[in-house]
Write a new protein. Structure first.
Lengths: 310, 173
């Protein structure tokens, strides 16, 4: 009788079980289970991701080649006009390639000198590991990124992640290639790692207002909000919209002086004990392709403190 | 058994495509939700059990890619919940509405994507424990509307492809 009852209502029972598992996961997610599933998925999917990316690049370049060469029935005049357009496009492409070449040279220069530019902690230079973003959040907003380097390449959880992006100076309008904060390593498998981006509420960075002694804690604001929140700033701090925010190098794994963003809006009121501001990050996730993982770890004292507070 | 393995493989490929290749075809902040379309297909064609199980495992794969382990802010399970609900709902449409017509497919996926967007807003706002109207408006404006159009336009082709794959699998069996 009971068996018949279950069989007749099996859809409802399975629905209740699946919804319960999902709701339980949201409420009390087990990181161990997630890590195991994640590691398994990344290990299995890595070769397929490589194939898809290679195929995508091949198809993209093939299509471009076909599109530019498909001119079957043109008159002489039209052919001449097309030739001129092609030459113009080639000149533009050459200019673009020159710019790209310059940027890549600068990136290589930065990479080779980054050890000297970041000697802040006990005189030890930082090593960096370049990596390419192979997978992004399948959903709408950039929640996580997966890169093609893992523990095999010396990457560990909580290592800082930076990128090089062109930043325009608001005063001079000049564009320069600068290091910007992207986030930190959140999960590691042997050949892949996941980045927790700076706009995630779980990514908290100790930051400095450039040119001042005042510091605060920077955190992301979640799914729909691009801007960050800088809190715990002293009420005496003299800050204004447009001020640059950089990493403090103090209570953080990030080395000192890496650019984060600019103050967009002062959110504090007169009655607030501490000030808080909205910060527009420099990093543009949509154009991010190559990142650099700074191979550094928390000091033993800080590590112990973090373990004790868990 | 073969059917379930086939479905899991399709979901696996869909998640990989969504995380890699479809990034290049984004319009604004939106891209097609292949997992949702596949869930709706198996719900419309196979019924409640087919829809909800497909939705659950599709959502699970999405959550695995999204999650960041111990640093997760309670997001693991969001896609599982939403896709299971969508699969269950689409399964209820099975045999009630004629879903082989292109226009009907377009309309059903249109409505389903809209419902999924609303569910997503509700679940996220509950998990962050506050209602942020401007963020919701931004999501609707920059992402949801475009996603609804993309999903609806892609669904007839994807449904056709899945029909052919399903038929060839049934012939082998």
């Amino acid at each position: 009788m009971l068996n018949f009852f279950f069989y007749k209502n099996k859809n409802a029972f399975v629905f209740v079980i699946l919804i319960s598992i999902s709701t339980f996961s949201i409420a009390n997610g087990s990181s161990k289970v997630e890590n195991v599933l994640n590691e398994g998925f990344l290990t299995v999917s890595s070769p397929f991701v490589w194939v898809i990316q290679s195929a995508g690049n091949f198809l993209g370049s093939t299509w471009e080649g076909i599109a530019t060469h498909f001119n079957a029935d043109l008159t002489e005049k039209q052919k001449f006009i097309e030739e001129v357009k092609k030459l113009k496009a080639m000149i533009e492409d050459t200019e673009h390639l020159k710019q790209e070449n310059l940027e890549l040279k600068l990136q290589l220069k930065y990479q080779s000198h980054i050890e000297y530019m970041n000697k802040y902690y006990k005189g030890s230079p930082w090593k960096t590991e370049p990596a390419v973003i192979t997978m992004r959040d399948p959903g709408t907003f950039y929640k996580t990124f997966i890169i093609n380097k893992g523990s095999y390449h010396g990457i560990k959880i909580n290592m800082p992640v930076i990128a090089f992006q062109n930043l325009k100076d608001p005063v001079t309008n000049e564009e320069t290639l600068e290091k910007v904060v992207v986030g930190k390593i959140a999960q590691v498998t042997s050949i892949n790692s996941k980045i927790l981006p700076i706009n995630s509420p779980n990514c908290i960075i100790h930051a400095n207002i450039k040119g001042s002694v005042f510091k605060g804690f920077l955190e992301g604001r979640g799914n729909f909000e691009e801007n960050l929140l800088l809190t715990q700033i002293d009420k005496m701090a003299n800050l204004s919209v447009g001020d640059e925010i950089i990493t403090s190098g103090g209570q953080s794994i990030f080395p000192k002086g890496i650019k984060i963003g600019r103050i967009k809006e002062d959110l504090s009121s007169e009655s607030d004990f501490m000030r808080r501001v909205s910060v527009e990050p420099y990093v543009r996730f949509s154009t991010l392709d190559t990142i650099y993982v700074i191979k550094t770890e928390y000091s033993p004292y800080l590590k112990k403190l973090l373990e004790e507070t868990k | 058994m073969r059917g379930y393995i086939f479905r899991f493989l399709i979901l696996f490929v869909a998640v990989l495509l969504q995380s890699t290749l479809l990034e290049k075809f984004k319009i604004g902040e939106a891209k097609p939700d292949l997992i949702l379309i596949i869930t709706l297909y198996f719900g419309f064609k196979g019924g409640i059990m087919s829809g909800q199980v497909t939705g659950f495992f599709g959502g699970l794969l999405e959550d695995i890619v999204r999650s960041v382990g111990s640093l997760t802010s309670g997001d693991f399970g969001t896609n599982m919940l939403i896709k299971t609900l969508m699969g269950f709902a689409s399964g209820n449409v099975y045999r009630r509405i004629f879903s082989d017509n292109i226009v009907m497919t377009f309309l059903l996926v249109f409505i389903a994507t809209l419902i999924k967007g609303i569910l997503y807003i509700i679940v996220v706002q509950i998990s962050i424990k506050e209602f942020q109207f401007e963020h919701v408006l931004k999501y609707v404006k920059d992402s949801l509307i475009i996603e609804i159009v993309l999903n609806s336009m892609l669904s007839p082709f994807l449904f056709n492809l899945l029909d052919k794959l399903n038929l060839s699998l049934e012939k082998e069996v």
